[in-house]
Design a protein. Structure first.
Length: 279
């Protein structure tokens, strides 16, 4: 029913500063710098093979501006939204209604690239609280235009999203929504001996949605992002040369991986870098 993690949203106060910081962390330039005039927001987008990252700031008046300002006031900057893609929102809406959920009407959105005045259009379904489980989340179907692609990515730069992490106080209810209502593929349900917590792994569009049990929470919480690189040593060296704090490279919990934690410039987003080693 859902085809992808379409994109992830980081709410920021200063879009120019956040764009500069993430250009260092990701190693690529944004492919889109735009505005949503009807929402009162501005954004900067970094595009990858399997998803894109959107830095979002308030830029005028509108429902989007109100939301960003509320997030910044209550929680500060950070990972604030996860958006799932669908190729048929009308069918998805009908299925949700048939299962007894009260779903809003499908709305339309438009983005304008300030660099070349290119236009993208899409449709949205914003979800009721019982489906968002405390997250800012919605479904999107792109209808016109597309993001520019990055043709070549250096080995010392991020090439794709490896996984996104959500902490949840109710793993079983999470499964009911994300597997049985949204139709995501639950690839693994395990108890992690290292963290002494239950973990879920949903697979879609060459990435993973990792869900970690946290009984201290009252609702689901978007926690952090893990990005894949081809050469973590070269990546580590590049970030140090650009003044970004990064932890020493270490073996990952997953077999045949090396990881490092980005410790500055992330705008409060826990950020892991991972290299998958060939066996």
């Amino acid at each position: 029913m859902l085809d992808s993690i379409d994109h992830l949203i980081i709410a920021v106060e200063d879009l120019d500063l956040a764009e500069s910081n993430y250009q260092k962390i990701l190693g690529t330039k944004p492919v889109w710098r735009g505005v949503h005039e009807e929402y009162g927001t501005a954004n900067s987008i970094f595009n990858f093979d399997n998803t894109y990252l959107e830095l979002l700031s308030a830029n005028g008046k509108g429902i989007g501006s109100d939301l960003v300002n509320h997030i910044l006031k209550e929680e500060g900057e950070g990972l604030s939204g996860i958006v799932f893609g669908s190729n048929n929102l009308s069918k998805l809406q009908a299925r949700l209604k048939a299962n007894g959920f009260v779903v809003d009407d499908i709305t339309s959105g438009t983005g304008i690239n300030l660099q070349d005045q290119a236009i993208r259009k899409w449709k949205n379904i914003f979800l009721p609280p019982e489906l968002t489980r405390g997250l800012f989340s919605f479904f999107i179907q792109h209808t016109e235009g597309s993001l520019p692609k990055i043709e070549t990515i250096s080995p010392d730069c991020v090439n794709k999203l490896d996984h996104a992490v959500i902490n949840s106080p109710d793993i079983d209810d999470f499964i009911k929504i994300y597997k049985h209502v949204f139709g995501l593929r639950l690839a693994l349900d395990i108890f992690n001996d290292h963290w002494k917590k239950r973990m879920l792994f949903f697979r879609l569009n060459k990435t993973t949605l990792e869900v970690i049990e946290d009984n201290d929470l009252l609702q689901d919480h978007l926690w952090g992002l893990a990005w894949e690189v081809k050469d973590i040593e070269a990546y580590h060296k590049r970030l140090q040369s650009e003044g970004v704090d990064v932890s020493p490279i270490r073996k990952g919990l997953k077999e045949n991986t090396l990881v490092s934690t980005v410790e500055s410039n992330t705008h409060n987003v826990p950020t892991l870098i991972i290299q998958h080693l060939t066996k």
